[in-house]
Design a protein. Structure first.
Length: 269
């Protein structure tokens, strides 16, 4: 199994998959290797380019809170943050100048009033386009969250001020049973404390009868740490944060230089 983070790993800054990387991944699938998306995005946010890789089937989304069969739509596993805890986190986000979101049932939700202010929080124009195209816009995010009696996949927020982000993260860390991570440098993503991409990959591996040592994983951000540590071969991108590089077995080239393809060529092909 090969687990792939999306942003900063499989996807370039333009949110595209490079042709060489695509070709190598197709070869892996043809050899019987499961290529698995492992992302903080909701399933509705998986780009068409990734969904249409011939033979790709499984995805871990919202940092592993959901494992889904992309072919049948079946949810193989879920581990949701409770409504009570999610509302506590959302309240903290709303104490600061943020763009909060909730993910439920594989869909991201955002207050429609904030769409006009995306450039305050996202400096990459391709990320702004991604948010506009994938989020459901609601009048009142708090009211939508209150209706999630069965829990949510994830709660997250983008910050415009790093000091506020650090203050908010400290407050969130004091809430028992939740875990904050960062993937974009100026955001906080919060899941149930038992959720991470590493646990999700191991769960899927168990379902598919794959041993831990048969798992290769690629990532670049804070929310990839556990996945990189637990994989039989954990690979950090050259553009990864230092903490990910420290726990990785190997550091490959960046997401703009076919880093995934080059590591697979070295260790698999």
């Amino acid at each position: 199994m090969i687990g792939l983070d999306l942003d900063g790993t499989l996807l370039t800054e333009k949110k595209e998959i490079l042709p060489c990387t695509m070709e190598i991944l197709i070869k892996m699938i043809q050899k019987g290797i499961h290529v698995v998306i492992a992302s903080g995005r909701p399933v509705s946010g998986i780009p068409r380019a990734a969904r249409e890789i011939p033979g790709i089937r499984y995805a871990l989304t919202s940092n592993g809170a959901r494992i889904e069969d992309l072919v049948t739509g079946e949810i193989l596993y879920s581990d949701l943050i409770s409504r009570e805890k999610a509302l506590k986190v959302l309240k903290i986000f709303m104490d600061y100048h943020t763009m909060p979101e909730i993910y439920k049932d594989g869909q991201g939700y955002i207050c429609k009033d904030q769409i006009a202010h995306l450039s305050e929080f996202h400096k990459n124009p391709y990320m702004i386009t991604y948010v506009k195209e994938t989020r459901k816009r609601v009048d009142d995010l708090w009211e939508v969250a209150k209706q999630c009696t069965n829990g949510m996949d994830k709660v997250q927020a983008m910050f415009s001020d790093q000091e506020e982000r650090l203050q908010a993260r400290e407050r969130i860390e004091a809430i028992p049973g939740v875990k904050p991570v960062t993937s974009l440098g100026n955001n906080i993503e919060v899941n149930k404390s038992s959720v991470n991409k590493g646990t999700g990959l191991l769960k899927l591996a168990e379902i598919l009868g794959i041993r831990q040592e048969e798992i290769m994983a690629f990532g670049d951000s804070d929310n990839d740490l556990e996945m990189i540590k637990m994989a039989g071969l954990g690979v950090a991108m050259q553009n990864a944060i230092p903490e990910v590089k420290e726990v990785a077995d190997y550091v490959t080239q960046s997401n703009e230089e076919d880093g995934i393809a080059k590591a697979i060529e070295r260790f698999v092909l």
